[in-house]
Design a binder for this molecule. Structure first.
Ligand code: SF4
Ligand code: MG
Length: 331
């Protein structure tokens, strides 16, 4: 089966003026060569600490920002090659859901209007038909029809999330990109939204990308997971492989540090996550994790490990996994 979305060699660097200067700039390398395939109907997770480039990658996946180099292909179409008009139409197919969309929206807009606006951007629709579509979308996400005229401040975070899901769903998307969508809501509501996502997936053939720092949630929901560090993917694997047999020292450290994960099948004590990642302005040569890696050896400081498929479906970027020349100290 062909991937729904192919991300190939994507880079994004920002130019930022150095504080206190007029014309001294420095480059922030936010995303550095990300390549991955998202398959139809999978729940793909992207995890990493804050500042790892998740947000920039998310905005590129949603095509709110374009990569400096590299391509993003959705359903066989290179997004960079579309005309503005074609892009508007294509955008129906992939939608970004923000953590709490309402914080950015005017408090006097009713629920019905919010959902309508999403449709209206795509063209004029007769009034009556509009109302029917909005009500149907509300029912589909479990919002009672009486909330049609409600204002957002009367609603819970979970209900607001349902509105943003309805706004996306009404455009009949193939791919939903969820940026911390299941964070900051209580466990019960989270469980209900997870059920809703899986029902919608079965019904509408949806594919999800969950971007999150919440490993417990990702473990519950995602079928495949990518781990990001300093703008790069360091490991990509199926849920089970990643949580029970992580390959990359950073993944091990991240899992060890997660207070919500009880079982830690590997020797977690060997992988304490200490210190901060290097600055994305000043990325050292070699492996970007070397400054924090308990297993680092000489080669790690000079040569950058590439993301490689070491076992079928399991990708990692670490010199320890090069069986041909593994360091004896690595055991
Ligand atoms: Fe650690 Fe070296 Fe592997 Fe990087 S390449 S994760 S520094 S062992
Ligand atoms: Mg971020």
């Amino acid at each position: 089966e062909a991937p729904l979305m192919r991300v190939a060699g994507v880079h994004r660097t920002y130019r930022q003026r150095k504080r206190g200067t007029f014309n001294t700039y420095r480059n922030i390398q936010a995303v550095r060569g990300v390549t991955l395939d998202i398959m139809p109907r999978e729940n793909f997770g992207i995890v990493g600490e804050s500042g790892c480039g998740k947000s920039t990658l998310t905005r590129m996946l949603a095509w709110l920002e374009t990569p400096d180099t590299g391509t993003i292909v959705l359903g066989g179409t290179d997004l960079a090659k579309l005309t503005p008009r074609e892009l508007i139409r294509k955008r129906n197919e992939f939608q970004l859901l923000l953590q709490d969309p309402y914080t950015a929206l005017p408090p006097r807009t009713t629920v019905g209007r919010m959902i309508e606006e999403s449709l209206r951007i795509r063209g004029e629709i007769p009034r009556k038909e509009m109302r029917a579509k909005v009500t149907a979308a509300m029912a589909e996400v479990g919002l009672p029809a009486k909330l049609y005229d409600a204002l957002p401040n009367a609603l819970s975070t979970g209900e607001r999330q349902r509105i943003s899901i309805a706004r996306a769903l009404i455009l009949d998307p193939k791919l939903l990109i969820l940026d911390e969508t299941l964070s900051a809501i209580d466990q019960r509501e989270q469980g209900k939204l997870i059920d809703l996502f899986s029902r919608l997936q079965a019904k509408n053939d949806l594919t999800y990308v969950f971007i999150s720092h919440d490993l417990a949630m990702v473990r519950k929901v995602c079928t495949r997971i990518a781990v990001m560090y300093l703008g790069e993917m360091v490991e990509i694997a199926d849920n089970r492989d990643l949580f029970f047999d992580p390959q990359h020292p950073y993944t091990k450290a991240l899992l060890s540090a997660a207070p919500t994960l009880e079982e830690k099948p590997f020797n977690a004590g060997d992988f304490l996550l200490e210190g901060e990642p290097p600055s994305p302005i000043d990325i050292p040569p070699g492996c970007s994790f070397a400054s924090r890696c308990p297993k680092a050896f000489a080669r790690c400081r000079v040569e950058t490990p590439r993301l490689q498929e070491h076992q079928p479906g399991r990708f990692a970027a670490c010199h320890l996994l090069d069986t041909a020349e593994a360091e004896p100290a690595a055991a």
